[in-house]
Design a protein around this ligand. Structure first.
Ligand SMILES: CC(C)(COP(=O)(O)OP(=O)(O)OC[C@H]1O[C@@H](n2cnc3c(N)ncnc32)[C@H](O)[C@@H]1OP(=O)(O)O)[C@@H](O)C(=O)NCCC(=O)NCCS
Length: 176
């Protein structure tokens, strides 16, 4: 699907096994701060095997979406994914957007796409483990009705979004 974010023409599509090396390059481009906020810990290296797993998820169960720009040294500029939980009713989401492509609505578009996929599969909630300091991510979730709960003994919180309500809120925003 073609989308514009600011002045950037992009394509949003599901990730697949052939994206492994692009994902490795994307990871190498992350600042330490981005890695800290995304993973919650220091991760200096992504192995080829882990990258292959991340792009090769079973897209009928989980979801992994990339945003690509042609003409960039690393064409992948953002990823949104969810991983189905064992209860089959909820999934855990995570995002990363390239540092110079933030505040353009990219994470919101990815979340919107993930919400639609999750709803079509009958899921009820999406949640994310977010560092307390990660105001941008918290803002996005709270803006769609997310509710936070503490994870005892950690610097993170779980934010849970009701999928139906979040899609309703997104629909109201678009119609304004
Ligand atoms: C969090 C992250 C994914 C947001 O991506 P993004 O594409 O910039 O987000 P959006 O443009 O869709 O932002 C939507 C809204 O979130 C809020 N927001 C986003 N970034 C913000 C910031 N730096 N400060 C305050 N609010 C912010 C705003 O309300 C924004 O709407 P607005 O721009 O109309 O005011 C991105 O900052 C990122 O990759 N961070 C590092 C990795 C990470 O934290 N991942 C999350 C782990 S689950």
């Amino acid at each position: 699907m073609k989308r514009r974010f600011g002045s950037h023409a992009t394509v949003m599509r599901l990730l697949g096994p052939s994206d492994r090396d692009t994902l490795l390059d994307f990871f190498k481009s992350h600042t330490r701060e981005t890695i800290h906020l995304r993973y919650g810990y220091e991760l200096s290296h992504l192995t080829e095997a882990r990258a292959a797993e991340l792009v090769g998820v079973d897209q009928s169960k989980d979801a992994a979406i990339g945003i690509f720009e042609t003409g960039e040294p690393v064409p992948l500029v953002a990823i949104g994914r969810y991983c189905l939980k064992p209860d089959n009713r909820s999934a855990e989401v995570a995002f990363v957007v390239r540092e110079d492509r933030r505040r353009l609505g990219i994470a919101t578009a990815l979340l919107s796409a993930l919400l639609s996929i999750a709803a079509s599969r009958g899921l009820e909630t999406l949640d994310a483990q977010v560092l307390r300091e990660n105001q941008p991510m918290l803002e996005i979730f709270f803006g769609l009705g997310g509710v936070k709960s503490a994870i005892p003994g950690t610097d993170s919180v779980t934010v849970t979004i009701d999928i139906r309500k979040a899609l309703h809120n997104l629909g109201r925003r678009k119609s304004r």
